[in-house]
Design a protein around this ligand. Sequence first.
Ligand SMILES: Cc1cc2nc3c(=O)[nH]c(=O)nc-3n(C[C@H](O)[C@H](O)[C@H](O)COP(=O)(O)OP(=O)(O)OC[C@H]3O[C@@H](n4cnc5c(N)ncnc54)[C@H](O)[C@@H]3O)c2cc1C
Length: 292
Amino acid sequence: MDVLLPRTLEEALEMKAAKPEALPIAGGTDVMVELNFDLHRPEALIDICRLPELREWKRENGMIFLGAGVTYGRIMRELSELTPLTQASRTVGSPQIRNRGTVGGNLGTGSPAGDALPVLAAYDAEIELASANRARSVRWNEFHVGVKKTALEPDELILGARWRAVRGPGSFSKIGTRNAMVISVAGLCLVMDDDARAVRVALGSVGPTVLRASEAETFVAEELTRSGNWDDPGADLPVDAMGAFAERVAAAARPIDDVRGTAAYRRHACAVLARRALGWALAARREGVGRP
Ligand SMILES: Cc1cc2nc3c(=O)[nH]c(=O)nc-3n(C[C@H](O)[C@H](O)[C@H](O)COP(=O)(O)OP(=O)(O)OC[C@H]3O[C@@H](n4cnc5c(N)ncnc54)[C@H](O)[C@@H]3O)c2cc1C
């Protein structure tokens, strides 16, 4: 097997154009599992873990760009103010996995259980892609087109994700069979956008791709408006609103029964996660957390 070692993004894209079958390897925490179990034997690997262009993150004109090669460990150390992303990063594998594993790899694998993916969905991220002769970006929900299926062309690499920075609280939480080193049975990211007066909720592990709970989002934004909570974070939502929101989130899930849990359990888990996440966000607003 050939291993290609580009030093720059330009070199990597030229190599990919010349050898589209070469499989990119970033942290290798998914690729090496497949190789070790002999599930996949690519003709060539292209090692992209040293490309400086993929390892950067930046804030620009109210937008955040997260390079595909930024590891979970770096997110935890360098981007701790992005609470949902940091919380998701902290739940990935073990310290060793977090030191190698990247968000680009989570995107590339495209498992609906990828913990960074609900966060990118709730941020409404655009995924930036490039080949030797073109660059394009696709919305998060156009990038993943099925279980472990992406819209990436064979000659393309993922450059990273870009989204508008949000003012307001948010969280990521997941349910699994134990506390650490666990694939999520259900995961949820909730982001409150104070400026747009919107709430965005994304679900992982409960459908073929990450899903947004649009009806629940509209419902809760209207409840927050009706109760005056957008202007006065001390204003309470009606007692039954939390339950009604949680029910709508659960209804958005499209879970299946599998070895990790039944569809019914997953739906229930979504409702529990939704209720907790909304409770945390409302409490954070009351306490002024998550605001500049
Ligand atoms: C023990 C263990 C525990 C784990 N726990 C979790 C967990 O809790 N949560 C979770 O979400 N995941 C978990 N994973 C899976 C894995 O760590 C993540 O999916 C991680 O984000 C993969 O990143 P990577 O850089 O290692 O990807 P790699 O293995 O290098 O690549 C993964 C895929 O993405 C493609 N790819 C990578 N970068 C690019 C790019 N820039 N352009 C185009 N294609 C690209 C590769 O070709 C490959 O198909 C775990 C894995 C292990 C081994």
